[in-house]
Design a protein around this ligand. Structure first.
Ligand code: H2U
Ligand code: ZN
Length: 352
C-alpha cells in the first residue's frame, strides 16, 4: 500500500533539498543529533581580552610580521595583506595541455581592522561603529571594483574558522576572475531573471518573509536560515529592494543593516553563550562591465558549530556525495530567533 506523503511528512523524514542559489542538492536527516559524540571538542575563546595587546599585529601602533608599523588609528584601518594570495603584478599567462589547464591569477588582498579595540567584535560594537564598518566595506568595494572583476569582502571569526587573531578584522580579496561560487550564483540568477524578469533573491526574500525560517525582516532587509542551509546555523542577509552591490546601499539601508547585523550577531553569541565563530561574506555583482541585472547583493554567514563545543565537519559523504545536515533549517531558525529575541528584544520584532 503506497500513498503520497504530505510535504510535512516528507520534511520530517530524510529528504533532499534543492539550493536554488547554487543549483545543488543537500541531504537533510533531522533525527541524528541525539547520537553520541566522543570526537573533538571546540575550546571556547578566552574571555577578558585586553583592549590593547602589545603582541597583536593588528593593534594600533604595533609592528606586523614584515616589520611594517601600523598607524595609531582610532576607527578602522586597512592594509595590503603581507602574505597576499593574489598580487596585482602577476604576469598574464595560461596553460592548455590536453586536460591540464591553468591561467594566471591577478588581484590583491587587504586586511581591514574594524576597530582599534583588541577586545571587541562586531557583535560587541555599537550600531555607529558597525555602520562605519558597512561604509568601509562599501568604499573598499568601490575602489577595488575599479581595478578588479570580483570583490570578495569577508570575515573569519574565531579560531574555529581559522581566524589568526581575535582582534576584530575582516579581509577583502579582489581578483580578475569570477570564482566558483560567483559563477554558480551568476548562472542561477540569470536563469531565474530570464524566466521571470525578477531577481531570484528578491523573490526568495518575499517567499520567506513571515515564514518559519525568517529571523527578522522589514521593508529594507531580511535575515533567514535558508531553506537549503548546509551549515547548522547558516544564514542569509538580503536587501528587500534591488541592490547590486554594497556601494549602492543608501544611508538609511546602511543604518538598518548595522542594526540587523547586530541583532543577528548578538543572537549568534547568545545561542551557546559564547562568542560564535563563523565565516561571513558579501556576494555582489561582478565589476566586469557586463550587464548583470539579475545580481542581488547578499551576505552569507557560515558558522561551523552544531552545539556549544561540537562542530559540524564537512567530511565523508559531504565531501564525496553531497552536503548533509542534522537539524532542519526550521529548527535552527526557531532556536536562533529565540536567541536574537533574548539578546536584543527590538531586533526580531515584526518590522523592528
Ligand atoms: P585571518 O585572521 O582571517 O586569517 O586574517 C589575518 C590576515 O592577516 C592573514 O591573511 C595577514 C594574514 O596573511 N597578516 C598580515 O598581513 N600581516 C601580519 O603581520 C600578520 C598577518
Ligand atoms: Zn589587537
Amino acid at each position: 500500500m503506497s500513498r503520497v506523503p504530505s510535504p510535512a511528512v516528507l520534511l520530517s523524514q530524510p529528504h533532499r533539498r534543492y539550493n536554488a542559489l547554487t543549483d545543488e542538492w543537500l541531504l537533510v536527516s533531522a533525527e541524528r543529533t541525539s547520537r553520541p559524540w566522543l570526537g573533538r571538542e571546540e575550546v571556547p575563546p578566552p574571555a577578558n581580552l585586553p583592549t590593547y595587546d602589545p603582541s597583536c599585529y593588528l593593534c594600533p601602533g604595533n609592528s606586523r610580521a614584515n616589520g611594517e608599523r601600523n598607524p595609531v588609528y582610532n576607527s578602522t584601518f586597512v592594509f595590503t595583506n603581507d602574505f597576499a594570495a593574489l598580487r596585482p603584478d602577476t604576469p598574464e599567462a595560461s596553460v592548455q595541455d590536453g586536460l591540464l589547464r591553468a591561467e594566471s591569477g591577478r588581484g590583491t588582498c587587504r586586511v581591514i581592522c574594524f576597530s582599534p579595540r583588541h577586545d571587541l567584535s562586531l557583535s560587541l560594537m555599537g550600531a555607529g561603529q558597525v555602520r562605519t564598518v558597512v561604509d568601509l566595506w562599501a568604499s573598499q568595494t568601490a575602489s577595488l571594483g575599479e581595478q578588479f572583476e570580483w570583490v570578495q569582502v569577508f570575515e573569519n571569526r574565531g579560531s574555529a574558522m581559522g581566524a589568526s587573531n581575535p582582534h576584530p578584522h575582516g579581509q577583502i580579496w579582489a581578483g580578475d576572475a569570477l570564482p566558483r561560487e560567483a559563477e554558480k550564483e551568476d548562472a542561477t540568477g540569470r536563469r531565474h531573471f530570464e524566466a521571470t524578469g525578477r531577481r531570484l533573491l528578491l523573490d526568495y526574500a518575499d517567499q520567506e518573509a513571515g515564514g518559519p525560517r525568517e529571523l527578522g525582516s522589514d521593508d529594507d532587509w531580511l535575515t533567514v536560515v535558508p531553506y537549503w542551509a548546509t551549515w547548522p546555523f547558516e544564514t542569509l542577509v538580503i536587501p528587500r529592494r534591488p541592490v547590486s552591490r554594497l556601494p549602492d546601499l543608501d544611508d538609511r539601508a546602511r543604518d538598518l543593516l548595522a542594526d540587523r547585523l547586530l541583532g543577528l550577531l548578538r543572537g549568534y553569541d547568545g545561542l551557546f553563550g559564547a562568542p560564535f565563530p563563523y565565516s561571513m561574506g558579501w556576494h555582489q555583482a561582478p565589476f566586469d562591465g557586463v550587464d548583470r541585472p539579475h545580481w542581488q547583493l547578499h551576505a552569507h554567514f557560515y558558522p561551523p558549530l552544531l552545539r556549544a563545543t561540537v562542530r559540524k565537519f564537512m567530511v565523508g559523504y559531504e565531501l564525496l556525495s553531497e552536503p548533509q545536515r542534522d537539524i532542519t533549517a526550521e529548527d535552527a531558525a526557531e532556536r536562533l530567533r529565540s536567541a536574537i529575541n533574548a539578546a536584543s528584544p527590538s531586533a526580531a520584532q515584526p518590522g523592528g
